[in-house]
Design a protein around this ligand. Sequence first.
Ligand code: ACM
Length: 541
Amino acid sequence: MPALRRDQALLPRPTRVSLRSGHFTLDATTGVHATPGAEAAADLLRDLLTPATGLPLPPSPSGTVTLAVDAGLRGLGREGYGLTVSPHSVLLRAAHPTGLLRGVQTLRQLLPEQALVAAGGGHPGLPTGPGRERDLPDRWDLPCTEITDVPHRSWRGLMIDVARHFHPVDTLRRHVDLLALHKLNVLHLHLTDDQGWRMPVAAYPRLTTVGARRTGPDTAHSPGTSPRGPRPHAGAYTRADLTGLVAYAARRGVTVVPEIEMPGHVRAALAAYPHLGNHPGRALDVWTRWGVCDTVLGVHDAVLDFVRAVLDEVMDVFPSPYVHLGGDECPTTEWEQSATARARVAAEGLSGPADLRGWLLGRAGAHLRERGRHPVAWAETGTVLPPGFTAMSWRATSHAAEALARGHDVVLTHHRTTYLDYAQDEEPGGPPVQPGPVVDLRTVHRGDPDPAASAPGAGRVLGTQAQLWTEFAPTAADLDRLAYPRLCALADRAWSGPTPWPDFARRLAAHTRRLDALGVRHHPTTAAPSEPTAARTAPSA
Ligand code: ACM
């Protein structure tokens, strides 16, 4: 098969590419002209390319590379861009500065893959591989091309669970870089869970002094404590880690969406502050099992104070328009047995303890909305989120359509197509993964049918994201292996819409050289470009 030109091997695939003959050469004399509003994108271009190519790319009004914001450009939206590479000039244009940030990543992919790698460094934790100390060429060629590119969906993300295993902020920065390369724009951080609380909260310091550390399994023989169960583990971010990450991501056009789980998945918080639970006198440990824990937040006034104080600090650190409140897997047994909870049910006119989940989410969501933020929660079914919540439908594809019909905006996070903690092939003997279905590359590439097509409603499909739950991903190498190349397939679908498998597979083969240059420790990428066989069953919930 003939090698693809680099403008045919872009990932995600641009909306329109017209190949032209010839090339533009970047060399030591090339300057970059940024029109007003384009300076940040020009700085990012320089920050990314200068360490990798050795080219200074200085700001220059007569530069042959021009980055321009033109608010009058039609049809590009906030993130679209147009790129024209001619033999003597490069013109990158967008209606909004964010579009230029996407175009900068296209320029990087149009260069040989060596231009992705910072000479002499790269990222902490990465092996020093070939290409890190190398002789740099003096001239770098871009193929002449004309590209117009507009994303299919506005929410294109990756969730990383830093609660089950803490991943240091340098690892997260590296993932932000990789997200940006793939034109993904959301890093959703699952910051709290039964097994660890990772964000410092000044008003409740024990959340991290106590809640960020778990001991080993309680007994050697109970079902949740097999060798695959949690090990002793600790870790928390500083506030400076998180504000620094937010700024780093923003420069790359990536929003960090925080998630604070409630009312379930709160055992680490209850270990720190037992009075927030349904048995205020009971001492609990940070959970030493995987799974769904019966202990949930109480519904007394001190809990509302806690939720508001935590969310205020979350909003201080994370400017994201969206704040995720969790809401999944909330057993109601404790509320059923609690006189305080039953009194709350009566006082609020609820039909029973099962309604307390929605009640508490609704109170927390109102606090966010009064401050101009949008609450997000996992949709356990299509019907139980309070109005105004954005729903992440994860259990069944039908829940997305039901949530849309009820007026919720939806992010598609169906576990059979977006959970990257599941195995990616049937090969026995690999590292432990989350028990469940195989989610292979083709399954992620195919994704789910658009629920809006069959069930138009008042809500909108904002987009999709992949999930990296980390029960079985304690190391940075685990994250790489689980995310790549499947995240490339999700990025292609989220940015480009459905693309033919053979086309994706050919581009991925070329793109794998970029992943290798970046030192991504990906799962083998041997995707054959043939069409999938008809015998495969479609995933269903
Ligand atoms: C989830 O997987 N519990 C959202």
